[in-house]
Write a protein of this length. Structure first.
Length: 90
């Protein structure tokens, strides 16, 4: 392997490791916020809220940053989740 290819390989490994560290950090941070929310919210509200926000966030990430297509079913599903969050919190 040439020096240039080796350097590229090392950069890719470093970037992957950095992304992994960020993912673990934010997963842990999400868990802390979820645990804190359980002090104020019932589990029957906190869990569906967490799942819905996660689904909407991942869909938004895919559409805005990964170039995924916004389909009618994705839009309808997101709207149903938002309506569900609203209804649960009433």
């Amino acid at each position: 392997m040439s020096s240039k290819n080796n350097s590229l390989h090392e950069n890719t490994l470093f970037n992957n490791l950095l992304l992994y560290v960020f993912a673990v950090f934010f997963y842990g941070l999400g868990f802390v916020f979820y645990a804190l929310s359980l002090k104020k919210l019932d589990l029957s509200i906190a869990y569906p809220l967490m799942v819905s926000v996660t689904i909407i966030g991942i869909s938004a990430y895919g559409i805005l940053l990964n170039g995924e297509l916004m389909t009618v079913s994705k839009l309808a599903g997101g709207l149903l989740l938002i309506i569900g969050i609203f209804l649960i919190n009433r």
